[in-house]
Write a protein that binds this ligand. Structure first.
Ligand SMILES: [Zn+2]
Length: 91
């Protein structure tokens, strides 16, 4: 299988005023699920919704690899901000 095209994953604290964030490997996302923020203790840093969005993004990355096994197509950076997604759900 071709490599996933997810190149950067950032976990970020949702608490206003905390601002903690960290670059992690995509394979570490599951490890942050339902964990507390290391800076302020806000929990969860990644909730069930966040994990669902991540799995969708992972699926899209695999689909992209399947469509373009040689990596010839131009790449594009797509950012999923789960906090903004949640806010739009409730706003
Ligand atoms: Zn925090």
């Amino acid at each position: 299988m071709a490599d996933s095209k997810i190149t950067s994953t950032i976990v970020q604290c949702d608490l206003d005023g905390c601002g903690w964030s960290q670059d992690i490997s995509p394979s570490d996302v599951e490890n942050w699920h339902n964990k507390a923020c290391p800076k302020c203790g806000y929990s969860p840093i990644i909730n069930d919704d966040d994990l669902s969005v991540f799995h969708v993004a992972l699926g899209l990355a695999h689909l992209s690899s399947a469509l373009d096994p040689c990596g010839d197509m131009p790449t594009e950076t797509v950012t999923f901000n789960t906090k903004k997604l949640r806010e739009s759900n409730h706003g």
